[in-house]
Ligand binder design. Structure first.
Ligand SMILES: Nc1ncnc2c1ncn2[C@@H]1O[C@H](COP(=O)(O)OP(=O)(O)OP(=O)(O)O)[C@@H](O)[C@H]1O
Ligand SMILES: [Mg+2]
Length: 366
């Protein structure tokens, strides 16, 4: 896919800006606080309907302005999309796809995919189960309409069942009222689990391949069972959890509680990993994500590299660039890449600028 143009009005520190991106490589450079990550954030919102930095949409509006507007032109699989988002301080976010108002994000998700590799995403390896689940759910959602559908239904029924649990707990409803939610939740939960198990199994292979290409002495893997619980065992566990559910006022068993942990050298990365190990594992996860989405959708997502080469030694930078080039040569299809940096020399030394890629450069001032 390719993003062709982007305009920002009153977005973060940007008053008004326009970008035209290269189909190959676009470099955005500028000092700290000049708004580089903000540009990638805007692209991410137009791709996925949400920021990767915050869920508070009003924080994105510049200073005390009343509203922000961002707009992007995309070309994916020969289909061009015009995507616009607006956040009004008094009424919140609205999005349009080709002039049509969007209700929800389902229509948007998966159309113009991006993968962000930013220090702000480090919580995928450093954070708790929620952050990691979000990483996988997002990748699987953009790759499969069935997955988004099931995930959205599951989340909705879960919310309703949790509300009903609170009612029962406070003696405002009889416990039998939970039954109808229980059946629906277990049914969609089982489907979600089956889809997730299947995708994780596939993702594991993409990750393994990426690691082998990087350096096969690295031992890095996901820890997640190979098979979803059977419907029978799901039902049993679910029933056995009722007492706990009522005590805590929420559903305690199901796919929304999955913990997909990352194991580095036989130790839990989250608790034992060094800074460098965290950084490298995020790179490997994200490049495996590129390869996964490519396989599922038939086209590479746009890669947004936020300050990747800062604090990374030359040898590692070069290896990462060669992994990226591996993705391209394997499919014979370029990967549109947008890179931010405070230091152009860093990027140049990484070898990213070598080759025949069309390159565009933007300088941002504070
Ligand atoms: N709502 C807002 N209104 C005005 N300025 C904002 C708003 N939100 C963030 N900023 C400022 O915008 C600037 C740009 O932030 P951003 O994270 O994009 O910078 P950056 O170029 O990526 O910096 P770094 O190199 O340090 O990562 C920062 O100075 C930040 O404080
Ligand atoms: Mg930044």
């Amino acid at each position: 896919m390719a993003i062709q143009s982007l305009t920002l009005v009153s977005f973060r520190n940007h008053e008004k800006k326009k970008f035209n991106f290269s189909r190959g490589l676009t470099l955005i450079w500028g000092e700290n606080g000049s708004g580089k990550t903000a540009v990638l954030e805007a692209i991410h919102i137009l791709s996925f309907g949400r920021s990767f930095r915050t869920h508070k949409q009003r924080d994105l509006i510049r200073n005390s302005d009343d509203a922000l507007a961002i707009r992007g032109g995309f070309l994916t699989n020969r289909i061009s999309d015009d995507v616009a988002a607006q956040v009004i301080r008094s009424s919140g976010q609205k999005m349009k796809l080709n002039g049509k108002i969007l209700f929800g994000r389902k229509e948007l998700i998966g159309r113009n995919n991006v993968v962000v590799l930013s220090p702000e995403e480090q919580s995928v390896t450093k954070g708790g189960p929620v952050e990691r689940r979000r990483f996988f759910d997002k990748m699987f959602s953009v790759s499969s309409p069935d997955y988004v559908d099931t995930l959205q239904t599951y989340s909705r029924v879960l919310k309703q069942r949790n509300a009903a649990i609170v009612q029962v707990k406070e003696n405002r409803c009889p416990p039998e009222d939970l039954h109808s939610w229980d059946d629906q939740l277990v049914k969609t939960g089982q489907k979600l689990w089956l889809l997730r198990y299947g995708f994780i199994l596939e993702f594991k292979n993409h990750l393994k391949e990426m690691i082998e290409r990087y350096d096969n002495v690295i031992q890095f893997e996901l820890s997640y069972a190979d098979q979803a619980p059977s419907l029978e065992s799901y039902k049993n566990e679910f029933k056995n959890s009722l007492k706990k559910d009522l005590a805590l006022g929420r559903t305690t068993y199901g796919p929304h509680r999955d913990d997909i942990s990352l194991i580095w050298d036989n130790r839990d990365l989250r608790n034992f990993g060094s800074q460098g190990e965290h950084k490298l594992s995020l790179v490997l996860l994200k490049l495996a994500e590129m390869s996964f989405i490519r396989e599922k959708t038939g086209t590479h997502p746009t890669l947004l590299l936020d300050d990747l080469f800062a604090k990374l030694d030359l040898e590692r930078s070069k290896k990462i660039v060669s992994l990226l080039q591996g993705l391209e040569s394997e499919t014979g299809e370029p990967v549109q890449t947008i890179v931010t940096t405070t230091d152009l020399l860093n990027v140049e030394q990484s070898g990213l600028l070598k080759g025949e890629k069309e390159t565009k450069t933007y300088h941002l001032e504070r």
